[in-house]
Design a protein around this ligand. Structure first.
Ligand SMILES: *[C@@H]1O[C@H](CO)[C@@H](O)[C@H](O)[C@H]1NC(C)=O
Length: 349
């Protein structure tokens, strides 16, 4: 019986893993171009690995050569280790270069930290220039993101946005009438960047980037771009012609494994959010006295959050849930000390 259970468990694990591992990856030149800091973009393995460096003189970034009218954007990312306070790595979609006041954006932002403290991950959703209504969520991670690469993915269809970390969906945003234009609707490009966010990244700018520890290198690999390619020069507001042109590609995205939130994946999402989400815009009553129409405010869940939107969590308990072999005793003590600081500084970012 135990063997059978183990086999079932392995089968489930393997099939979940295969779903992502079988997605075709591309090389840098097949889909991207430098955005800034060209000298700090280091490609290897025929452009399948791309390192972005931040040093005293510059950060670096790349951008997809085309825009995508709905898409699946994914990469394996290994974050820089050691002292990374003030360092920001971002993996996001945007059309801010084309629509200054009505841009759309979907973000993964990785916020560095002082030695021995965890990286924080933030996701965000903007639509049609809704920058005064940030839909941020922040999370801790169940693993050390500097130890090895992990896959971060953003699915964007006409009705659904799903953020994934590895094979776990961590956030789902459904298009609703109430959300209106705040749901991204115009073609977006994919961006990957590393930059100095000293002014706000780590505990509201309390800890600045310390260049003694530079260069910081974020390693990208397993690059995936899927969706309906749109030439940036031809991007206009949404139109029915554009919808027709992209219908096949949209159907493909919606039929893909990563668009299918099975009960099992939903359960994994619920578990992840219950354990690792540290901030939700839905519970930030200080900033947003009136909850967003797309927030599903559950009283039993709301009790777990301060009015600042930060979770009333036992940080040490959260950190202990990480695989113990990834953390030495010394590191645990350092982390625990960081946790104390964190309690004092509620407004983390
Ligand atoms: C987006 O914003 C512009 C300018 O505020 C407005 O005219 C337009 O109707 C909005 N679009 C949607 C889809 O809400």
């Amino acid at each position: 019986m135990a063997t059978l259970l183990l086999l079932l468990f392995l089968a489930a694990f393997v099939s979940a893993a295969v779903a992502f591992d079988s997605i075709p990856t591309i090389s840098f030149d097949e889909g991207y171009k430098p955005l800034f800091g060209d000298g700090n973009i280091v490609k290897s393995n025929g452009g399948r690995n791309v390192n972005l460096e931040l040093n005293r003189w510059s950060g670096a970034g790349f951008i997809s050569s085309d825009l995508y009218n709905h898409g699946f954007f994914s990469a394996s990312i290994k974050l820089p280790s050691d002292y990374t306070a003030g360092v920001v790595v971002a993996f996001y979609t945007s059309n801010g270069d084309l629509f200054e006041h009505t841009h759309d954006e979907l973000d993964f932002e990785f916020l560095g930290n002082i030695k021995g403290k965890e990286w924080r991950i933030q996701t965000n959703v903007y639509g049609n220039g809704s920058t005064s209504r940030g839909r941020e969520e922040r999370y801790l991670l169940p693993f050390d993101p500097t130890a090895e690469p992990h896959r971060y993915s953003i699915l964007w269809t006409a009705d659904t946005i799903i953020f994934y970390i590895d094979n776990i969906p961590i956030r789902e945003v459904l298009r609703s009438g109430a959300m209106g234009g705040d749901y991204p609707s115009k073609p977006m490009a994919l961006y990957a960047t590393i930059w100095d966010g000293s002014l706000w990244a780590t505990q509201g700018g309390k800890y600045k980037a310390n260049y003694k520890y530079s260069p910081w290198v974020a390693e990208f690999s397993g690059l995936v771009l899927q969706g309906c390619r749109t030439d940036p020069r031809l991007v206009r507001h949404p139109s029915s012609e554009e919808d027709d042109r992209c219908a096949d590609s949209d159907a493909q995205l919606e039929a893909a494994d990563f668009a299918d939130l099975t009960p099992k994946k939903r359960e994994a999402m619920r578990r992840f959010r219950g354990r690792y989400m540290t901030y939700s815009f839905c519970y930030d009553e200080n900033r947003y006295p009136v909850a967003f129409p797309d927030c599903d405010v559950v009283p039993s869940e709301q009790e777990k959050f301060w009015k600042s939107g930060d979770v009333k969590v036992d940080w040490e308990k959260v950190l202990r849930r990480r695989k113990p072999r990834q953390r030495s005793k010394r590191r645990s003590r350092v982390a625990a000390r960081g946790v104390e600081e964190d309690k004092k500084t509620q407004a983390a970012v």
